[in-house]
Design a protein around this ligand. Structure first.
Ligand code: KE4
Length: 428
């Protein structure tokens, strides 16, 4: 079957008439891989169907949320029932308490949880909270980490900013950027140097405990533990941005996987089951500073929205009831890594593959990839060719070499075989 994209091409031309760049989020625009963004109309299990009625094995899964697969019957039924009850009231609902209790059951360090509407909102609120709690202004983030599009994060960020190589984002003022300190991921010495340079000025260190916005990059041994010690020694709030890794790499996320506790953690994606949602959570002594309990203001019209909470709560419930899912996801991830490495080696193509559970990325380089600078010097043109080869083979990779791939629990042997076979055929 040869894939054609005529209806997507027409749809993209139409979209560009009224939507900036024809997309509502830049990474969808295929800018770094070229070609026309594919317009999808349906999803089932591990497959997506585009508006040319062509199906794809989905290795993005909405950038993370769809860990159970698309249109999971129990999630669909729960949302259908809730929709017949109440879309939104702007009042408290017991659904929100059920969700908060579900998150706490899976992440014990989440003593208090505030629901918001996106990962960006979760991360920006966590930074404001850390600043309000400590009375300090500055925070440390890591080059290539992406915490959403709040001004203070748009400094050496990953994801779409790395994809587009946007160093300085117009509109982010020097006043905002001056309190954002940048260190190299997996480089504890640089963190210690910044802390020594700014005594008693740093409110927080925020990071992706497993990076997924410069490709997938796991923490090197001792990195997370070292950050924990630095924060304990200097009264700095340690924030794990688990918008991607939360409930993806284990039921308790990266905190559980690596046994390192964060003071605050942020969530999104999976906790909404595909609906718009985010959350920030953590130690009661810090979270109590959030309004209306404390004076750090944060709010949202649709925070705790009944439909989004229902989709997320059902997703988390199924994950909690099926802990074996995480072993299966990691086994599939390890098999993909091992077999892809062997195939590229036979083809004489140097690649580095990073994988944690169902997060994986192929970097076209002969070197290991442990931080943004490593990721930036990979062969992005080769990724571009690989992306389109796989797309034409019915496999939908993230349209950027700066993004982690995500697969869901419905990915089976047949799909894995097709991914491996298609890779064997690449440039052959
Ligand atoms: P949202 O505001 O997009 O819900 O979440 C921001 C965010 C925060 N933290 C991490 C670790 C994230 O990965 C994200 C968002 N991830 C990107 C993909 N790498 C979302 C895709 C997009 O921007 O369209």
């Amino acid at each position: 079957m040869s894939y054609t994209y005529s209806n997507s091409t027409l749809a993209f031309n139409r979209a560009q008439q009224r939507i900036p760049g024809g997309v509502n989020s830049p990474v969808r625009a295929f800018k770094s891989v070229g070609g026309t963004p594919i317009f999808m109309k349906a999803g089932k299990g591990t497959y997506l169907t585009d508006i040319d009625d062509q199906s794809y094995i989905d290795l993005i899964n909405s950038w993370g949320p769809m860990i159970l697969g698309h249109s999971h019957p129990q999630v669909v039924e729960a949302v259908r029932k809730q929709a017949l009850q109440l879309f939104s009231s702007g009042t408290p609902s017991e659904l929100e308490s059920e969700m908060a209790e579900q998150i706490h059951a899976m992440v014990p360090t989440a003593e208090l949880i505030r629901l918001v509407n996106s990962g960006t909102e979760a991360c920006m609120s966590a930074i404001r909270l850390a600043r309000g709690y400590t009375g300090r202004h500055k925070f440390i983030k890591f080059a290539g980490n992406y915490h959403g599009h709040a001004d203070c994060f748009l400094v050496k960020a990953g994801s779409g900013l790395a994809t587009f190589d946007i160093e300085k984002v117009p509109g982010v003022t020097p006043g905002v950027g001056q309190d954002t300190l940048i260190a190299q991921y997996n480089n504890l010495d640089q963190v210690k140097e910044l802390v020594a340079l700014h005594p008693d000025e740093i409110a927080a260190i925020i990071l992706e405990p497993i990076a997924g916005n410069m490709g997938c990059i796991p923490p090197t041994s001792g990195f997370l533990e070292g950050l924990r010690s630095v924060c304990d020694e200097h009264g700095i709030v340690l924030i794990f941005d688990e918008v991607m890794t939360g409930f993806r790499v284990s039921a308790g996320g990266a905190q559980e996987l690596y046994g390192v506790e964060a003071d605050l953690c942020t969530y999104g994606k999976i906790i909404g089951g595909g609906m718009p949602i985010g959350a920030f959570a953590g130690k009661r002594k810090i979270m109590e500073h959030i309004a209306p309990l404390g004076s750090v203001y944060q709010a949202g019209t649709l925070s705790g929205n009944p439909l989004a909470v229902t989709a997320g709560r059902e997703t988390l419930r199924i994950l909690q009831e099926n802990p074996a899912f995480y072993d299966q996801l990691d086994q599939n991830g390890q098999q993909l890594k091992t077999d892809l490495l062997a195939i590229f080696s036979e083809k004489g193509m140097p690649v580095s593959i990073n994988q944690v559970g169902s997060m994986i990325s192929v970097h076209f380089t002969e070197h290991s990839v442990n931080h943004y600078d490593d990721s930036a010097v990979c062969n992005h043109d080769m990724f571009k060719e690989y992306f389109h080869h796989m797309l034409a083979s019915g496999i939908y990779l993230p349209p950027s070499s700066y993004e982690s791939w995500f697969f869901n629990i419905q990915l089976g042997d047949q799909e894995i075989d097709h991914i491996l076979h298609s890779t064997k055929m690449f440039k052959s």
